[in-house]
Design a protein around this ligand. Structure first.
Ligand code: GLU
Length: 460
């Protein structure tokens, strides 16, 4: 069975970069009817926070990336200690009491040291537990290069000089990332490790531990980086890349997942996929080697394509979350919102745009912006048209959209003027906007009372 994991550290909220990792792990596990494990890597006791754990779970749930099992590394310290002990007994790890200052001083005193800025192995081989503060270091042995096979990058070689006898258990008894990750990936039978390319050097360290303990090495899949358009890393971007931010902005899970899946993976030149299609079509062998470039405009477009695919139920579900996240009270009824969504879904990129666009349906009257110079657009003939429209309102509301539209068109014709002269002032009077859905749709959404009162209010 294929078993994958997403292993965020709760030292912050989920951002686009780590959600992309989650997406690929999720897709691949579902494609193979495998398992998707959520492992909270909260070994850093100082920097891990409960609110971030809650945030991560909330984001994944909202995205629909359902995990089959969840683990917390902070509950597994005894397991890591046991393996560290085993390594010490095997002579593959040792106690070390050197302080940071001491190591630094020795480096300064001996600038030609073989280990450069790294640990000089002063405590190497120490098996007795010291009385004073200590850490446990892993003995990496001697070699020129460590080599491994990566599904995306092919053969990866990391030189000995890039590594040193790194700490596996810290002074407070907590394990370091590189150690806990190996023990857990082994005990959880992880078959594929999909993660960002920034972990390549860590992978080399991890393989050394795998080999020492005789563990089977999983398949490593290192994802290309995500860059901004100016080639800087996405993480260095100004403004938030947190998922929470996108949820508040009215993005929907399907849009985000689709957009992120295409950052580093492609399927011909196809852009739009449902989550089910991604599960079927995604394969790690199609991951790209080259870095992906993040494009806000494209993300917005992909989101808009998924907005129009939403069923009314899904729309309502996401819309309610959107309102809640933004502390907004909705005065329009669900029944109305569903009708409005049918009209607006091809016109908005986000739920926020939908919210903003539909505010015109809330009040009875609206104020018309001065900048429209509405007086200049209206003469006696247009006023007659307005009155005729009021007289035809029941019929327009009753008839199917197309017939309603024909009625609206016929009004200016009667007075020998064009719809081009009647439409724009009518639209402004009804919506205080220059752009809106077709007038018949606007009128149907406004209903008789609001349509008539907005026109009357204006003519008087
Ligand atoms: N906790 C690590 C991170 O958030 C996990 C890396 C991995 O997948 O091994 O970067």
């Amino acid at each position: 069975m294929v078993i994958l994991r997403f292993a965020p550290s709760p030292t912050g909220y989920l951002h686009l970069g780590n959600v992309r990792t989650a997406v690929f792990n999720y897709l691949y596990s579902r494609k193979n009817n495998g398992k998707f494990i959520l492992r909270i890597e909260d070994t850093d006791l100082q920097r891990s926070e409960k609110r971030f754990v809650e945030g991560i779970k909330k984001d994944l749930e909202w995205l629909g990336l359902k995990w089959d099992e969840i683990y917390f590394q902070s509950e597994r310290f005894d397991i890591y200690k046991e393996y560290a002990q085993k390594l010490i007994e095997m002579g593959k790890a040792y106690y070390c009491t050197c302080t940071r200052e001491e190591i630094y001083q020795r480096q300064k005193d001996n600038p030609n040291a073989k280990f450069g800025i790294k640990y000089d192995r002063k405590c190497r081989g120490r098996k007795e537990k010291p009385q004073t503060d200590y850490v446990i270091r892993f003995d990496i042995g001697e070699f020129d290069y460590i080599e491994f096979e990566d599904t995306v990058k092919g053969k990866v070689k990391v030189p000995f000089t890039d590594l040193d006898d790194f700490v596996i258990i810290k002074g407070d008894g907590s394990p370091t990332y590189n150690f806990a990750v190996v023990i857990d990936d082994h005990l959880m039978n992880i078959t594929h490790v999909i993660r960002g390319e920034d972990h390549i050097t860590n992978t080399a360290k991890q393989i050394l531990i795998y080999n020492s303990l005789g563990f089977q090495i999983p398949k490593f899949v290192h994802l290309p980086l995500i860059l901004n358009k100016d080639k800087s890393p996405l993480s260095k971007r100004e403004g938030s890349t947190n998922i929470e931010y996108y949820r508040k902005e009215g993005f929907i899970p399907e849009g985000i997942i689709n957009y992120l899946a295409r950052l580093g993976w492609s399927y011909g030149d196809r852009e739009i996929f449902t989550v089910q299609e991604l599960i079927e079509l995604f394969d790690i062998k199609d991951l790209n080697k080259s870095n992906a470039v993040f494009d806000d405009q494209k993300m917005l477009w992909v989101n808009s394509e998924h907005i129009r695919m939403l069923t009314p139920d899904k729309f309502l579900k996401y819309y309610k979350i959107f309102l809640l996240e933004n502390n907004l009270e909705e005065e329009l009824t669900e029944e109305f919102l569903i009708k409005a969504f049918e009209v607006y879904k091809t016109r908005v990129n986000t739920l926020k745009e939908f919210y903003n666009e539909t505010r015109i349906y809330v009040p009875k009257e609206i104020e018309i912006d001065k900048e429209f110079n509405i007086e200049n657009l209206i003469d006696e003939t247009i006023k007659k048209c307005f009155k005729d429209l009021i007289n035809s309102i029941d019929e327009i509301l009753l008839k199917p959209d197309e017939e309603g539209e024909t009625i609206i068109r016929s009004i200016p014709e009667k007075y020998g003027i064009k719809l081009k002269q009647f439409g724009p002032p009518l639209r402004i009077v009804l919506t205080n906007r220059k752009v809106s859905p077709g007038l018949v749709h606007v009128i149907k959404l406004l209903g008789k009372e609001k349509t008539v009162s907005r026109i009357k209010n204006f003519i008087q």
